[in-house]
Every structure is written in structure tokens, then in C-alpha cells.
Design a protein around this ligand. Structure first.
Ligand SMILES: [Zn+2]
Length: 387
């Protein structure tokens, strides 16, 4: 018998121009705006627009703009100290997944004692329960990649130990999320591709996960279908508003999948790679291992992959490998089929170590794989993905 718990508490404002409405739903009186260290939020005027809207609404704010593409623990502690010092009573994550994830972790550490890693399960984390509710979280996403605006997850790296670990629970869902494709028009082509494939894999992993439910399946297939139809257009013509909006929708739907099913070990393996090679974008890392990863499950006879091939547009799909072929075709259309680990100085002698790291830090996700992956299998997937 099917059984599941469904909890999806975020208010989501979706669509062109929706940023203007977010001040109607603010969950507090003073904001900490958490955003990236790079220049793009200022350059494209997104930070300016948020500041202007807050000022108009008489809501004071403090800006913390140090977040790196792979957020690090020291910045979580620093952001939380800034929020405390200024008596901020909610956070706004503005930017891509890294800024929004960091805002969630900062929201937790603003109201809770100790060190962020005290609450992390996996690796050297202590896995303690979080005693106090985090600050309310507002997510304003400027990319279509992580689904973080529609899920409770945040990924932070502890640099000293190369541990890149996801964390989240019911308290870290955003209270309010804005998904306004107008804020995504400036994302460069290659990042549009990396982020779009990240969204795709949240949906495909959640679809074949052994804890998928009828609800997560519905979100996953729609997300896969939208990526199949629109991602290549968004990559090849960033000014196409419809394609941007549909990829944004696919990404939000895949966030629902992460909230109602789960990512599986593809994400654990990628985190091990990018924890050791922080310059490797998460989506690019996933793309590099995806062909071999899904081939592994195709060979295990994972029948649900036939549905995924159909969702990607292969109407006559009959066997799991049809999904792998459709995936590679989509990667070619998005100019990311030839990404190389060697370009990021990944050392092929380290794959056993990375497979071990994946299990040590994010081992829980292996429990949701549709069939078991041994440490040797995992190292083999990485090794076959190397070029
Ligand atoms: Zn991801």
C-alpha cells in the first residue's frame, strides 16, 4: 500500500514581474540580505531592486555579500553573527542556490547556539537536534538550478575537512519564495546548462528513488518534460522569455521532488568531487558522471527510466537505456556533453577515496538508490566517467 507524508509549506510567487509583490508577504521587520561575493547581483540591478522595494516598504536591512559558489562554514557563522548584532528578524537569500542555501544556514545559526557543524548529520558533524526555530527565510532565486526555493535543503562545505554536506528539516523551508524569470535572463549560457541539468537530476533521482511517491512522481515527470522541451532553447537563446520561464518552472517542480522524494547517491558522488575541487560547478560535476551513473541503473533494469525517456520526448521508449541516450542527446544540444574531469585536475587515482568520502558525508542518500551501489560500484562509475 502507498503511504506518504506530504509537507510543502512555502508560499511561492511564480512568474514574470513577481518580485514586485514580495514585500506584501514579508515575515519580519528587519532583513539580513544574504548574497554572493561576485559582482552580478549589483551589476544586473537585482540587489538594487530588492533594496528599493524594502526601502519603499520601510523595512530596514543589512547586506552580507560574501557567499562563494560553494558556500563555506565560516561565512555561515559570520553571517549569523551579523544578523544577531543587527537584530535582524528574517533573512533574504538573493541569488543562486549558494546564496539561498547560505541564508537558510545563517537563519539556523542566528537563533541557535554553538557551531553549524553541531547540527550536521554525516561526516564530522555531531547531528544534534536544532533547539530553536530558525529565522524565517525569504528566497529570491536568480537561477534555475537547485530547487532550493521549494525545498528545505542547504549545502555547505567545511573546508578544513573537504566535507560538503546537505542539511535541512521542516524548519528550513523558505517561508516565501520568489521565482521571477526576469531575474534569470542574464545567466550565461554554460551556467544555464549546468543549472538546468542539476534541476533535471533532482527530478530524475527523485523519480527512481525507492521512496518516491505518487505526488513526487507527478512533479518529477512534469519537470523532466519541461527540461526536455525548453532547456536547449534557454541555453542557446538566453533572451527567450518563454524558455527561461519554463526552465524556472521545471526547477521549482524539481524542488518539490526533493521535498517529497529524495536525491540519491548521484548527488553524494558529485559532492565528493566538488568538495575536493571547489571550482567545479555542482551541475557540471553531475553532468560528468551522469551517463555512467544512469547506465549502471539501466543495466539493473530500472523500469522507471523508460517513463523518464518518454518525458524527455522519446515517445517510443522501450528500455531503460533509452533514457541514457536521450540524456546524452540533450547534453549535446546544450554543449555540455564533452565536459572533462581532467580540465578540473581531478586525479583518477582518487576515485576510491571520493567514493569513500561520498559515503562518509552523504551516505544516507545511498539508502534511497533503486538498487544497491557498493563502494566498488561507485568508484567504477567515477572511473568510467573520467576523461
Ligand atoms: Zn543538485
Amino acid at each position: 500500500m502507498t503511504q506518504f507524508n506530504y509537507y510543502m509549506p512555502s508560499r511561492i510567487l511564480f512568474g514574470k514581474g513577481k518580485l514586485n509583490e514580495f514585500i506584501n508577504y514579508l515575515p519580519g521587520k528587519k532583513a539580513l540580505i544574504v548574497t554572493s561575493a561576485g559582482p552580478s547581483m549589483r551589476k544586473y540591478g537585482y540587489l538594487g531592486r530588492v533594496e528599493e522595494l524594502l526601502t519603499k516598504a520601510n523595512v530596514p536591512y543589512v547586506i552580507f555579500d560574501k557567499i562563494l559558489p560553494n558556500p563555506i562554514k565560516v561565512h555561515i557563522m559570520e553571517g549569523a553573527a551579523l544578523a544577531k548584532k543587527n537584530n535582524c528578524d528574517f533573512v533574504i537569500g538573493l541569488g543562486g542556490g549558494s546564496s539561498i542555501d547560505a541564508s537558510k544556514s545563517i537563519a539556523v545559526m542566528t537563533t541557535n547556539p554553538g557551531d553549524y557543524w553541531d547540527y550536521i548529520s554525516g561526516g564530522s558533524g555531531k547531528g544534534l537536534p536544532v533547539p530553536h526555530a530558525p529565522l524565517p527565510i525569504v528566497a529570491i532565486t536568480t537561477t534555475a538550478g537547485t530547487g532550493t526555493e521549494a525545498d528545505p535543503w542547504t549545502v555547505v562545505t567545511k573546508e578544513e575537512t573537504n566535507e560538503k554536506i546537505g542539511f535541512g528539516y521542516a524548519g528550513t523551508f523558505p517561508t516565501l519564495s520568489v521565482v521571477d524569470p526576469d531575474l534569470m535572463m542574464s545567466v550565461p549560457s554554460h551556467l544555464t546548462a549546468y543549472q538546468g541539468f542539476d534541476a533535471l537530476f533532482h527530478a530524475t533521482e527523485g523519480y527512481i528513488a525507492n521512496i518516491a511517491t505518487p505526488v513526487s512522481d507527478m512533479y518529477a515527470l512534469k519537470s523532466i518534460e519541461l527540461i526536455g522541451k525548453y532547456l536547449a532553447t534557454a541555453v542557446n537563446d538566453g533572451s527567450n522569455e518563454e524558455a527561461r520561464a519554463m526552465v524556472a518552472l521545471a526547477n521549482t517542480l524539481s524542488g518539490f521532488v526533493e521535498s517529497t522524494s529524495s536525491c540519491i547517491s548521484e548527488h553524494s558522488l558529485e559532492h565528493a568531487l566538488s568538495a575536493h575541487h571547489p571550482e567545479l560547478a555542482h551541475g557540471a560535476g553531475l553532468i560528468m558522471i551522469s551517463k555512467e551513473y544512469y547506465t549502471f541503473f539501466a543495466e539493473k533494469g530500472t523500469e522507471k527510466m523508460v517513463d523518464m525517456a518518454k518525458a524527455l520526448g522519446v515517445k517510443e521508449a522501450k528500455e531503460p537505456m533509452d533514457f541514457v541516450r536521450a540524456l546524452v542527446d540533450l547534453q549535446k544540444s546544450c554543449h555540455v556533453a564533452d565536459l572533462k574531469m581532467s580540465d578540473y585536475n581531478v586525479d583518477k587515482d582518487n576515485f576510491e577515496k571520493y567514493a569513500e568520502n561520498a559515503r562518509h558525508t552523504m551516505g544516507g542518500l545511498f539508502n534511497f538508490d533503486p538498487s544497491p551501489i557498493s563502494p566498488e560500484d561507485a568508484a567504477g562509475i567515477l572511473a568510467r566517467s573520467y576523461n
